[in-house]
Structures are given as C-alpha cells and as structure tokens.
Write a protein that binds this ligand. Structure first.
Ligand code: CUA
Length: 346
C-alpha cells in the first residue's frame, strides 16, 4: 500500500511540474507560437505528427482495454485453457498496411517542407551573410554594404535569405518563432536558410549548438520592421560617418580611447569585417553582449571584465580601467544612427 502511495506521489509531482513548466517561455521565443513562414511550416508538421500519435494511442489503448476486460480470467474458469491461435493473415496485413499509410501521411508533407525550407535565393532577393563567432553573431548585408552584430534587422513579409558560416567552431542559428534552425560551420561549408516574419516584432534567437563555456549566453535578436522602416534604417546606417566626432566632451574622449584600444578588433560603419562585433548602431541594441540590459553600468562592467560575464570570449579583460571604460561607454551609447530601433518593431 505504501509503495503505491509513493508511486502516486511521484506521478502527481511530475504531472504538476509539467503543468507549471508549460506556462514558462517567452512570447517571441516559442516554436509553438509561429510568426513566420518557416515556423508556420514546422508548426504544421508538429501538429500532423501529434494528431497521428494521439490517433494511434487512442486506438491501441482502446483495443488493449477491450482485450483486458473481455478476455480476463473469470471466476470458475481457472482450469480452462483458451483456444491457442498462431498467426492471422488478415490481422498481419492490417497492422503492416496501417503504419505504412501513417508514415506516408507523415513523410509527404515533411519532404515537401524540407524542400521548401531549403529554397535558394534568386537574383533580386535580399541576402544577409551570417557569421557565428564565440559568442556573438555578425550580420553583413552584402547588397547594402552595412553590418550589424547581435541585432538582425529584416523587413516584414519579405523572404530574407541567410548565407551562414562560422569563424571558429560549429554554432547553430535558431529563431524559433519565425524559422527553424541551421548550423553554421567553419571553413567553406556554407549553409543557407531564410527568414520571413509575418508581423513586426523583436524575435529572440539562441545559439543551439554547444560551442564552448558561454554557449548558453550566445543570444541575439531579429528585429522585424515594416519594409518602409527597413529602407529608412538601411539609409540611416549607410549614412554613418565613423569619423564624425561624438556628441559630448566625455563621449569624444571615449571615442579617442575607443579608437586607440578597441578599433583594431571592432568596426564602426561599413568597415571590413573585424575580429570583433561591428558596433555601428550599438546605442540601439536590445542587449549588451546579447544578454545584459542596456544600462551604462552593465556596459562599463562588460568593457572592464568581459571574462566574468561571458567566460571564454575573445575580448581581453582589463584592457582599460573603469574610468576609461566609463568614457567609452558614453561614446558607444550615443551610437544611434537611426530613428528605427527595436522600439519601432511594435
Ligand atoms: Cu554558439 Cu552555442
């Protein structure tokens, strides 16, 4: 009796836990709330599989229960051995054919979706080069000759093709609410996928391939704005003059410190890809380093001691002291080239 109670308690605990956990999650980080073409396709596939599974489960359980009740040993029949049957052609054909049909029902849309998701860009399509790095993402808009890191801006209702690779180890680009996921490989093995957002919004992305100690901190965002806003944003980004002096005196001091200490890795404006993130629109970023809220305090902490925040990343710690970092932070936070920001993506 006690054993039964114990088992029941565990079952209850797991049931309650899964109920509670099902309430977790971020609105724009869920494959179960698709808001883009790729995610819609994948969601439909999930639904088909689940419906088939439930159908099979119910039928099997119904037969099981029926047999259990109908053919159980009844009182007074303890000595009777029922008729022994070996093999039944009709049944065997039936339980071979039904799974084949179910597999076909699953396979046809799956193969179709696979080909649709693997669609390659045509001449006029928008293409962004995506590079995974330990532990950040670079986005180069090849046609527009601009770059961002961490925040990828795309126009809504437009298929944006991504050519993806990695500068170091294998990462995986995953924005669950608008698309599936794709590995980025080092070397020449370039992968492609596309993003197409149905509505404006800030969509969360994660690296989905274990890539080092800060893998779980390799977050990014996709910011979908209307096509008009996107064009405006591109024009603003193209208009950035990396040499223009910063707004305030401290920011100007910060700019000088930045140019002397940081610019050898980072880039501002359409400069060629550096080993560090492009910071052209740093002041508009949704997060610092992909994970911290964009406050000056966080930024100073990050500049002085990145190793504490993202272990194993390539940015050297204590390159500048706290006072200098404070000025650099002033400079970086005023890098806001456009009125189109994540706020615009309502
Ligand atoms: Cu990059 Cu995990």
């Amino acid at each position: 009796m006690k054993g039964w109670m114990g088992k029941f308690r565990t079952l209850f605990l797991f049931g309650a836990l899964s109920l509670i956990l099902s309430g977790c999650g971020v609105e724009n980080l869920s494959a179960l709330k698709p808001k883009g073409q790729g995610a819609d396709l994948l969601f439909d596939l999930m639904i088909i599989s689940i419906v088939i599974m439930i159908f099979v489960f119910i039928i099997v359980m119904a037969i099981y229960t029926f047999v259990l009740i109908r053919y159980r040993q009844k009182k007074g029949q303890e000595d009777i051995i029922p008729k022994q049957t070996e093999g039944n052609k009709a049944l065997e054909i039936l339980w071979t054919v039904i799974p084949i049909i179910l597999l076909l029902v699953l396979a046809v849309p799956t193969v179709q979706a696979t080909f649709e998701l693997a669609e390659k860009p045509k001449e006029a399509d928008m293409v962004v080069e995506v590079t995974g790095n330990q532990y950040w993402w670079q986005f180069d808009y090849s046609n527009e000759e601009i770059s961002t890191s961490q925040d990828l801006y795309i126009p809504t209702d437009t298929r944006v093709y991504l050519n993806m690779k990695s500068s170091d180890v294998i990462h995986s680009f995953w924005v669950p609410s608008i698309a599936g996921k794709m590995d980025t490989n080092p070397g020449d093995n370039e992968n492609t996928m596309y993003l197409e957002a149905n509505e404006e919004g800030v969509y969360w992305g994660h690296c989905a391939e274990l890539c080092g100690p800060s893998h779980s901190l390799m977050d990014f965002r996709v910011i979908a704005v209307s096509p008009e806003e996107y064009d405006q944003w591109v024009a603003d980004m193209q208009g950035v003059d990396p040499e223009a002096p910063a707004e305030t005196d401290t920011a100007q001091e910060g700019q000088e410190l930045f140019n002397n200490n940081c610019l050898s890795c980072h880039a501002i404006g359409a400069a060629p890809k550096g080993v560090g993130p492009n910071l052209t629109n740093f002041g508009d970023r949704t997060k610092i380093a992909g994970i911290l809220d964009p406050s000056k305090e966080n930024l100073v902490d990050w500049i002085v001691n990145p190793e504490d925040i993202k272990p194993g990343n390539q940015m050297p710690s204590n390159l500048v002291n706290e006072k200098e970092a404070d000025k650099i932070a002033d400079y970086l936070m005023q890098l806001q080239p456009s009125e189109i920001t994540p706020e615009s993506a309502k």
